[in-house]
Design a protein around this ligand. Structure first.
Ligand code: PEP
Ligand code: MN
Length: 334
């Protein structure tokens, strides 16, 4: 971190600033330019907030030369992380597909879709038991009954289950029953929940917030990892822009950018990114071509009757066809 000081700063102000940061272990070096006096901070500056520095009236400007995150940072872990989750690998060239309905609706529905996505080659089963709905009157999931149905589907197919946690009330239950804990876009900055999830030391799928920057996503992953978890999968699921033709705008550039900055695997959610079933296949193929480590796709056996997100859910036949195309695209760009 480099601090540019205001011209004519009194020495006693600089001394106050120096002693405050030196006492917390920062090594300070003065840099004198022709007209500008600067101070360089070396050491672990990830804990220093800009506010703590700017509160000193002698500081004109701050420039960060290192990122505020460490555990997720590629600089400290130069090779891509590969996670082995119940025998399914993701990251570092291992591609994984998570598929299933938006919400678990019934035994017949989840068991039938689980079987179909497994046959098509999916690696994990998704399904919401606790749903974050914009309207308080919309279907909010089968909750604990939904979790039990997911467990039944796992038993029948062997597919590990991925499902969203909404409240810290269910931490223990999720720790016991769920294989990958999903943090939804709306909870990406629920820092207390992130920290508590991290303490469970279980694999986590962290979705990017609707209006969050890539750095904010990485800081949220850092929260989870600082709790103790080592396995965090980052998920780009579309961000809010001025465009209304799609539900959100898929930020494909997040894939290479995240890979440059972090060692964690990156998956793409073309379903929530687009909002339309017809766009799911082209966006999935683009993500595969762009280097994603996986996809999370909503699949429903009867989208017209789905209780949530039917318009963006693809049918099992299309999913099976898409899985073959993904393999071909990955082969082509290898
Ligand atoms: C979901 O995956 O079901 C979901 C609600 O996604 P998001 O949090 O990305 O909106
Ligand atoms: Mn959904």
């Amino acid at each position: 971190m480099i601090l540019i000081l205001k011209p004519g700063t009194p020495e006693n102000e600089v001394a106050i600033l120096r002693s405050k940061f030196e006492s917390s272990g920062i090594i300070i070096q003065e840099i004198q330019g022709e007209n500008t006096r600067m101070i360089g901070f070396a050491g672990d500056t990830s804990r220093i907030t800009e506010d703590e520095v700017l509160v000193h009236p002698c500081v004109e400007k701050i420039m960060r030369v290192s990122e505020p995150y460490k555990l997720v940072n590629k600089k400290f872990h130069p090779t891509a992380s590969i996670f082995d989750i119940m025998g399914r690998k993701i990251g570092g060239g291992n591609f994984a597909v998570i598929a299933g309905p938006c919400s678990v609706e019934s035994e017949e529905q989840i068991l039938s879709i689980a079987e179909d996505v497994k046959q098509a080659g999916a690696n994990f089963l998704r399904g919401g038991a606790f749903k974050p709905r914009t309207s308080p009157y919309a279907f909010k999931g089968l909750e604990l009954d939904g979790l039990a149905l997911l467990e039944q589907a796992r038993k029948q197919t062997g597919l590990p289950i991925v499902t969203e946690i909404m409240s810290s009330d269910y931490l223990e239950i999720f720790a016991e029953k769920v294989d990958i804990i999903q943090v939804g876009a709306r909870n990406m900055q629920n820092f207390t929940l992130l920290r508590q999830i991290g303490e469970l030391k279980k694999p986590v799928l962290l979705k990017r917030g609707l209006s969050s920057t890539i750095e904010e996503l990485l800081m949220s992953a850092e929260y989870i990892m600082s709790g103790g978890t080592t396995q965090v999968i980052l998920c780009e699921r579309g961000i809010r822009t001025f465009e209304t033709a799609t539900r959100n705008t898929l930020d494909l550039s997040a894939i290479p950018v995240l890979h440059e900055k972090s060692h964690l695997p990156v998956v793409i959610d073309p379903s929530h990114a687009s909002g339309y079933a017809s766009l799911v296949a082209p966006l999935s193929l683009a993500a595969a071509a762009c280097g994603a480590d996986g996809l999370i796709i909503e699949v429903h056996n009867n989208p017209k009757l789905a209780l949530c997100d039917g318009a963006q859910s693809i049918e099992p036949d299309l999913f099976a066809d898409l899985m073959k195309k993904i393999d071909r695209v990955r082969e082509a760009v290898k």
